[in-house]
Design a protein around this ligand. Structure first.
Ligand SMILES: Cc1cc2nc3c(=O)[nH]c(=O)nc-3n(C[C@H](O)[C@H](O)[C@H](O)COP(=O)(O)OP(=O)(O)OC[C@H]3O[C@@H](n4cnc5c(N)ncnc54)[C@H](O)[C@@H]3O)c2cc1C
Length: 392
């Protein structure tokens, strides 16, 4: 006799990845009879983050894009350029707009139930899953788990960095920003043996999100980010400004394997499934591509796909090399990005970071950077131990 479950799919966590999956399910007519439970502890009624991404295709979320940019600036002491984007646009979505937009779509889909609660354990059974939660025990055919990952152990063969930042949405007293140009990476400040840059999303001539961003192992005292932002604004001639909102984050950048499945009936999502790209921390677009990939398979076969993410090994390898350099010699990062932007168009770099480039294009990208640091990192990967910082 076939096992009976309360739900077909249980989604643990209703943040970016959990809500994305629920949204894609709600839009797929072949899954209209599937009973879905989303369990999330928070009300999701705060604008707790903004998501930015580049894209050369329409997205299901274009109606909630708060701003988009057609130009991108890269700056370092050796090279500065404002690029006109040919094929891509850089876009930004506010977290709260996304939560509300998906919330409305889910309210219109009666098969999807949302419960406020915390998932404590998820276990495979012979035919499905059982979840112990603060709202009771639930069974389902499959679980999709987007709870934040916890590394119980940090084996020293892997690299552990963070993309960490503090950002202010500021309103300046005078015109100072160019709302057509995203300041993608401004590496002109002190590096202090790390990768440190300003990232600025201007919404108008007076209003912008200004973020001091680092790729490094440890977060800084908050006052350091704040000082860097004040210094940056002062350099622009802005001393009179109001802080309208603040954004703080730390996204894992690691080659520690993050499993995409656990047993036969649990599929991981989001950061938990390694969707934050290890070498950049960008995750939003990868999360939606993952949801679309899962929903296509569920609709076509009734099961999650055999290859849960479609990741290609060569791009993971490039990520590991860059992480190795950042961990061993963080100040090299500025030089590497300078070379990448000097010798490639943003279009090619975006395609490369989106893992869409051919082997020939990958070679062209790799050929644009000084090989020494990468060759040393290849040696570290081959011997199975990350490079360590050598103080000179
Ligand atoms: C401030 C910030 C800004 C970012 N900006 C960008 C960006 O511009 N571009 C980009 O590509 N990426 C960005 N990222 C990275 C990434 O896109 C986000 O972290 C994204 O939210 C990850 O999605 P997720 O579903 O894995 O995690 P989350 O969105 O954090 O969702 C996880 C959910 O699980 C819930 N949860 C926790 N414990 C439990 C439990 N026990 N049971 C049930 N639910 C639980 C949480 O409440 C949360 O809602 C940013 C990250 C942060 C933190």
């Amino acid at each position: 006799m076939a096992a009976t479950f309360e739900y077909d799919y249980l989604i643990a966590g209703g943040g970016a990845a959990g809500l994305s999956l629920a949204y894609y399910i709600s839009q797929e007519p072949r899954l209209a009879d599937k009973r879905v439970l989303v369990i999330e502890p928070e009300a999701k009624n705060q604008n707790d983050r903004t998501w930015s991404f580049w894209t050369d295709a329409p997205t299901p979320f274009d109606s909630i894009v708060a701003h988009e940019w057609e130009q991108l600036a890269f700056r370092s002491p050796q090279f500065e350029q404002v690029f006109k984007l040919a094929r891509h646009r850089y876009k930004m979505i506010r977290g709260l707009d996304f939560y509300n937009f998906v919330g409305q779509a889910l309210t219109a889909a009666p098969q999807i139930v949302r419960v406020q609660g915390t998932v404590e354990t998820l276990e495979n059974t012979s035919t499905g899953i059982v979840a112990q939660t603060s709202a009771g025990t639930f069974t389902a055919r499959y679980a999709f788990d987007s709870r934040p990952p916890h590394f119980q152990k940090r084996p020293d063969k892997y690299r552990y960095l963070l993309q960490h930042f503090v950002g202010w949405e500021v309103e300046a007293a005078q015109d100072v920003f160019n709302p057509k140009t995203v300041e993608f990476m401004d590496f002109r400040g002190e590096q202090q043996h790390e990768a440190r840059f300003m990232y600025v999303l201007p919404f108008s001539k007076r209003r912008a999100l200004v973020e001091y961003t680092l790729f490094s192992a440890e977060v800084l005292p908050k006052a350091e980010y704040e000082k860097a932002m004040r210094d940056y604004l002062r350099e622009l001639g802005v001393t009179d400004f109001r802080i309208e909102a603040e954004e703080v984050g730390a996204i894992p950048m690691t080659d520690h394997p993050l499993p995409t499945t656990v047993g036969r009936h649990i599929v991981n999502l989001g950061t938990r499934a390694g969707r934050a790209k290890p070498s950049t921390g960008y995750a939003f677009k990868r999360i939606h591509a993952h949801s679309a990939h899962l929903v296509r398979a569920l609709a076509a076969t009734g099961q999650p796909p055999a290859d849960p993410t479609g990741d290609q090994w060569q791009f993971s390898f490039f990520d590991t090399l860059l992480l190795d350099i950042m961990q061993r010699q963080g100040e090299q990062t500025r030089h590497i990005f300078t070379e990448l932007f000097t010798y490639n168009t943003p279009e090619r770099l975006f395609d490369f970071l989106d893992e869409r480039t051919s082997n020939w294009e990958n070679l062209q990208v790799l050929n644009s950077v000084t090989p020494g640091p990468f060759l040393r990192s290849i040696a570290h990967v081959l011997r199975g131990r990350p490079g360590r910082r050598v103080e000179k």
